[in-house]
Design a protein around this ligand. Structure first.
Ligand SMILES: Nc1ncnc2c1ncn2[C@@H]1O[C@H](COP(=O)(O)OP(=O)(O)O)[C@@H](O)[C@H]1O
Ligand SMILES: [Mg+2]
Length: 498
């Protein structure tokens, strides 16, 4: 089941439609991914810029105010407690202005905490560890850094509290990027949804487009497939709508090609017909002496009976017996002559319901003498309930005859020819097996070629199998062969059961 599906998928992937849709899908995937990434990055940068700008404004305002306080403290205008109170008040005020502010830290020139929004954790006078702030104080330049505060991402803006080269400490404000992250996450989701919806719609449109585009090509390819399997080109009606694109041109060339194929096919059939006829004549030549004997034998009996009947002193019962023998003999002669005439008739190429078993029996009748002369035993293994199939009896009879003559010719010192019929689910089989010399492997590939023969002139024409194969194929069937040198050969004809 899954294997079957996998096969189907593989087939689809290699089809024109599949390739087109796959290529389009990959393109859509690449473009949407790259596009989404660019949009996300831009949006993230915008958010970040907003945070940084806001932070810079806070830092600048605070820097001026706090520098003053630090100077007052330095000059002793404000005592230490007032300074701390003021700074705490300032920090509290600042943090209320923007919820994004996660911390504010003020340190003195030695890097020791003077004030902090979280004084419980960062006690007064403790050494403050923030490289960005230390660097800012050292270089006397504001600095922006991305850090973590209490395990949450923040953008830290550090600035020295200075007037030109004199400094009184440093300040750091940390703004949370959590909201930015949230917004970016929401945007990500939106982008995924939108991409999914648009990709699905585009794929649908592309699939429909691909189908419409591929339709005529698929039709052409299915016609090709049909032509491959159906032998009769004549019955093939091909209708195309006029198109002005490349497919239209392709169709025109295709029609032209089919026409050529039809012409060639007609020629081929004509040739086959002629070859068939000449092969038939050759077979008749071979049968003629046998038939003469077949006629001669009963003729002898008839003559004797006739002479006896002329005598007048015969009682009624004996007379009847004689008449019966004459009648039987005449019937046999009639049968054999009829069969020979039938066989030699020019082909009529018409299919009608036929019974394979009786067709074979009638061919065997003509071979009777030939078989007994060569001391060949015939074994019939017929499947009795054979279904009636549509055949050109004349031609199929010729095929059976060709194969049986080949079998007889292969058995020089007598042997057994087994003729079987078999019924399969959707085919009928005829099998002719001999115990003859067999076919060497190196000529196996040639035996169906026209004019290929291993027999002397007069014995074989080399046309039997090639003609036979042509006829079997005209019936939609196949010929198979199995052979072993010095053991025997088996020819099998499989005909579709229609
Ligand atoms: N039953 C068979 N046993 C051995 N060889 C065979 C048999 N049938 C066919 N062949 C080989 O195939 C060749 C071609 O057969 P065919 O086309 O009937 O031509 P022909 O019988 O006139 O030679 C034969 O010459 C023979 O070599
Ligand atoms: Mg032959």
């Amino acid at each position: 089941m899954t294997l079957h599906l996998l096969e189907k998928l593989k087939e689809w992937t290699f089809s024109l439609q599949g390739k087109f849709i796959l290529t389009a899908s990959v393109c859509i995937l690449i473009f949407t991914t790259v596009g989404s990434f660019i949009i996300l990055e831009r949006e993230k940068n915008l958010y970040k810029l907003d945070i940084v700008n806001q932070g810079k404004v806070f830092a600048e305002i605070s820097r001026v105010m706090l520098t003053n306080v630090m100077i007052y403290n330095d000059l002793g205008i404000m005592d230490r407690q007032d300074t701390i109170d003021y700074l705490d008040y300032f920090i509290m005020n600042l943090m209320e202005r923007d919820r994004r502010i996660k911390y504010v830290a003020v340190v003195d020139n030695d890097g020791k905490v003077v004030a902090h929004s979280n004084i419980a954790d960062f006690g007064y006078g403790t050494q403050y560890r923030d490289n960005a702030m230390l660097l800012a104080m050292k270089t006397l330049q504001p600095l922006i850094a991305e850090e973590y505060f209490e395990n949450k991402p923040v953008i830290s803006i550090a600035t020295p509290l200075n007037i030109s080269t004199k400094k009184w400490g440093g300040l750091a404000i940390g703004l949370s990027t959590e909201e930015m992250q949230k917004a970016v996450n929401i945007l990500k989701k939106e982008i995924v949804y939108i991409t999914l919806i648009f990709s699905t719609i585009s794929l649908l449109i592309i699939s429909i487009g691909a189908k419409v585009l591929a339709k005529p090509v698929i039709k052409l390819s299915s016609i090709m497939d049909n032509i491959k399997t159906k032998v009769d080109l004549e019955q093939y009606n091909i209708e195309f709508k006029d198109r002005r694109d490349e497919i239209g041109k392709l169709k025109k060339s295709f029609l032209w090609m089919i026409q050529r194929l039809r012409d060639a096919d007609r020629e081929h059939k004509k040739t086959l017909e002629l070859l068939g006829q000449s092969e038939k004549m050759a077979a008749i030549g071979k049968l003629a002496s046998g038939v003469a004997h077949e006629i001669n034998n009963p003729l002898g009996g008839i003559t004797v009976c006739f002479k006896n009947l002329m005598k007048t002193d015969m009682d009624e019962a004996t007379k009847q017996e004689h008449i019966e023998v004459v009648n039987d003999g005449l019937l046999r002669i009639k049968n054999i002559v009829e069969q020979l005439l039938n066989f030699s008739k020019m082909a009529v190429t018409e299919k009608s319901p036929a019974d394979l078993n009786s067709l074979i029996t009638r061919q065997l009748l003509l071979l009777n003498y030939y078989l007994s002369e060569k001391k060949i035993k015939v074994v019939r293994e017929f499947f009795e309930q054979m279904s009636v199939i549509a055949l050109d009896e004349n031609k199929m009879g010729q095929v059976i005859m060709n194969i049986m003559i080949n079998a007889i010719q292969a058995m020089d010192n007598g042997g057994v020819m087994t003729v079987r019929t078999r019924q399969n689910k959707d085919s009928c089989e005829i099998e002719v097996e001999d115990t003859g010399k067999g076919i060497p492997v190196d000529i196996m590939g040639n035996i169906f070629d026209p004019f290929f023969t291993t027999k002397t002139v007069g014995e074989g024409t080399g046309l039997g199998l090639s003609v036979s194969r042509g006829i079997v194929e005209q019936h939609g069937g196949i010929i198979e062969v199995e052979s072993a040198v010095n053991v025997g050969t088996k020819f099998r004809i499989k005909l579709p059961d229609m």
